[in-house]
Design a protein. Structure first.
Length: 586
């Protein structure tokens, strides 16, 4: 199923989705009108929670506003269109004029008391009167709706049956540019002949567009994107109904606080499920979110979902944990990222939820490391920041996040840029922590098929890169035991990058210096000196005597094993007995 078709189908299952021709918008105020069209008063519809958040309300869908021609909404709009506040600073502002003239053209002949009151208001309203209801320095930015003083408690003007009937009749001509609507054609989403959307509704809730709050997922905004004489939407015919359905579903998933969204690098990742019942679909969505986002995991209240999460992380099969999730649940994941002209699709995944669960378990096995990070199942962004300069989210390599997520979802090999980026960061800052070690192990296990890659310290693992990493950790420990941890620059600070890439350059010098450090350790903690010398001897003995123990260079795979060996050996020192620790402190 295509992206647009699956989103359109998801729209049909949304419990509170607006009907075709309507949209959920932020409404801050309602203007109450008397029967003769005067403003009785203005009601504040913002929540009183210290933030004054507007109310989410289903209203007639707004047209896409582009170019210089003002295009008003039907029976609601912002304060510049609905009340003419823009004329306070610019007498030539045409937005209220367009709002007034278009409504009068469509509504003035309608015989309905509420509509007649609204038309009377439009004829007599003077934009400077806006200051009688709103302070000049604090004009609202959210939407404004209208209501009659006699029916405000029951419905707003846009909910009036006569107004809804008009909207159903004029919607297409209202939201399209007059004279430029696309001709009927076969919709690529539904397969039915219908009016084709010339432009698609905007996608909201994305960030990273240089201040733009709305962008298109599908658009043809230049001649270079058009073919065979077709214009805009005719190039890829999608009906008005299908365009509305997929954009409404996507905007719902991207909304703030949505459980259908997580952030993967610069990609806003949305996901949804298609199941036989809504409860099972919601369980699949919450389970997926809990895999990759700790905040979602902690907020899960469903015992069903929590039991599935814990069981999968322990390696139990999904069919044993929840047969309904294992059979017949189709799952979709879409990664969206900012681009210059429109939203870019970073990755798209569609499969059975059971396949996704197996791939997730494979991912957790790949990332298994001892000792583990504080959170044994870190959110995916914590791994990604380990690849970023200064560990800032905005510095995460943009394409790396999407390629890595695609590999996790499909079970394919991880991008090799993940390995090179982690190695580069380790050489730059010298930090080999649990998250970075897990990333190195994961790439070794899956990409290089090193199934023997150790999870914890393995003295019997004889790979040269791993042994050299362990050896470097021992030399560092010897220096610490002799000089303490307050030295300005340790051998890791000075030599880790060279030692992991070109061992021959530095290991001989480090070995000579360690002799001096060991003599100091002998005076402070003789027993610990013996322990360190025994560890050194064991590692050196494991290096093949027929070969140069310190090769001129190490491959990327060997550098990854170097980092893993260093992490394991370094961690083993921290987990040593209390006796060894006390001797070191003397």
């Amino acid at each position: 199923m295509t992206i647009l078709a699956s989103l359109a189908r998801a729209y049909e299952r949304l419990p509170d989705a607006p009907p075709f021709g309507y949209a959920t918008e932020k409404i801050g105020f309602c203007v109450i009108l008397t029967p003769n069209g005067d403003v009785a008063h203005v009601v504040d519809h913002r929540s009183i929670d210290g933030k004054r958040n507007p109310e989410s309300m289903i209203v007639p869908a707004c047209p896409k506003r582009s170019g210089q021609t003002p295009r008003p909404n039907f029976l609601w709009d912002n304060i510049n269109y609905s009340l003419g506040a823009g004329k306070l600073s610019d007498k030539n502002d045409k937005r209220f004029d367009a709002f007034r003239d278009k409504h009068l053209a469509y509504l003035s002949d309608l015989k309905d008391s509420e509509i007649e009151a609204f038309c009377a208001f439009l004829r007599k309203w003077d934009p400077p009167d806006v200051l009688r209801h709103f302070p000049a320095g604090d004009l609202p930015t959210s939407g404004i709706v209208f209501a009659s003083s006699g029916s405000y408690r029951d419905h707003f003007l846009h909910q009036n049956p006569a107004a809804r009937s008009v909207w159903e009749r004029v919607r297409l001509s209202w939201v399209t540019v007059e004279g430029k609507s696309a001709a009927p054609a076969i919709c690529l989403v539904s397969g039915a002949s219908s009016e084709i959307a010339r432009t698609h509704p905007p996608i909201k809730g994305m960030s990273g567009f240089g201040g733009k709050s709305e962008m298109a997922l599908v658009s043809f905004n230049d001649d270079s994107y058009e073919s065979y004489g077709h214009s805009q939407g005719d190039n890829a015919p999608v009906s008005e109904a299908a365009a509305f359905a997929y954009t409404t579903a996507l905007n719902t998933f991207l909304a703030k606080g949505s459980r259908n969204r997580i952030q993967i690098g610069d990609a806003s990742t949305v996901f949804w499920a298609d199941a036989s019942d809504a409860e099972t679909a919601e369980a699949a969505v919450e389970t997926y979110g809990g895999w990759f986002d700790t905040s979602i995991d902690e907020g899960i209240q469903s015992e069903r979902v929590r039991a599935v999460l814990e069981g999968l992380r322990k390696g139990r099969p999904l069919g044993e944990l929840d047969p309904q999730l294992e059979a017949g649940v189709r799952f979709y994941v879409l990664g969206l990222a900012p681009n210059a002209a429109r939203i870019s699709i970073r990755f798209w995944f569609e499969s059975d939820f059971a396949d996704l669960a197996r791939n997730y378990q494979r991912f957790t096995a790949d990332m298994d490391i001892e000792p583990p990070p504080r959170n044994p199942f870190p959110p995916i962004w914590q791994y990604l920041v380990e690849t970023a300069v200064l560990k800032k989210r905005e510095n995460v390599p943009p394409y790396l996040a999407g390629e890595w997520m695609r590999a996790i979802l499909t079970g394919n090999r991880y991008p090799l840029t993940l390995l090179t980026t982690v190695l580069m960061r380790i050489r730059a800052d010298g930090e080999v922590n649990a998250l970075r070690a897990a990333l190195l192990k994961a790439v070794l296990t899956r990409n290089f098929e090193r199934k023997d890659t150790p999870v914890a310290l393995d003295p019997d693992f004889k790979d040269k890169g791993y042994l050299l990493g362990r050896l470097f950790a021992v030399y560092e420990r010897i220096q610490e035991a002799a000089l303490g941890r307050s030295v300005n620059a340790t051998i890791k600070d000075k030599f880790y990058g060279s030692a992991s890439a070109q061992p021959r350059k530095v290991f001989s010098a480090i070995d000579r210096n360690s002799a001096n450090h060991l003599s100091k350790v002998a005076k402070q903690a003789p027993g610990y000196k013996v322990t360190l010398e025994r560890t050194l001897s064991d590692i050196m003995g494991s290096l093949s005597p027929a070969d140069d123990p310190f090769p001129a260079s190490l491959s990327a795979q060997e550098q990854a094993l170097f980092g893993l060996g260093y992490y394991h050996q370094r961690s083993a020192f921290f987990q040593s007995s209390d006796k060894d620790a006390s001797e070191t402190a003397q």
